[in-house]
Write a protein that binds this ligand. Sequence first.
Ligand SMILES: *Cc1c(COP(=O)(O)O)cnc(C)c1O
Length: 220
Amino acid sequence: MSIKTNLQAFKNLLPEHVKLVVVSKTQSPEAIMQAYNAGQRIFGESRAQEITPKYDMLPKDIEWHMIGHLQTNKVKYIASFIALIHSVDSLKLLKEINKHAVKNNRIIPCLLQIHIATESSKFGLTFEESCQLLDSDSYKQMENIVIHGLMGMASFTDNTQQVHKEFSELKNYFGLIKQRYFAQQSYFKELSMGMSDDYRIGIEHGSTMVRVGSAIFGTR
Ligand SMILES: *Cc1c(COP(=O)(O)O)cnc(C)c1O
């Protein structure tokens, strides 16, 4: 199957309110252009060093999303163009994003990444840590970032009950944080959850954005 066919078939499965982030990490510019020519404009990458050359080379109406762990010393490479950072997992990182957003005279949209998986290797804040971040004075002083919602990755497991449990937990945190910190802010509305193997479960639990790579490009 071609990338175009996969993409169209996948889009037909998605409810209209769910945004598709096509994950293009490790994919060549040619492969990305096949998805682009089939109409896709939102692409997700997990390494800053990989996004920057792709941004330079590919059409400028692509919306690039950072979905992987971001080191503070890499923020400067993506700050001028990144459309959404899904993976904010510390106050220190958010400070750095704000600093570079100021330098570039723009507002950078962000999601807080919440740790919901059982594996300790997955990045993210606990619910309590996200509240601490949102309560901090330094967060309140940041004028060039906007938190649009939350992101989470479920455990890598065949146990779908476990995945249901984790996504339902994330949805619950989303509601609590919305109520406590963003009740009047209509921009706080995104819940980035679901990948090729678990996007259906993500959508069942209220995902507004799925990050899908291998279902479209084939296995990496
Ligand atoms: C690689 C990656 C994805 C996409 O995974 P697939 O299984 O290829 O759909 C989604 N989210 C993050 C954070 C990733 O690193």
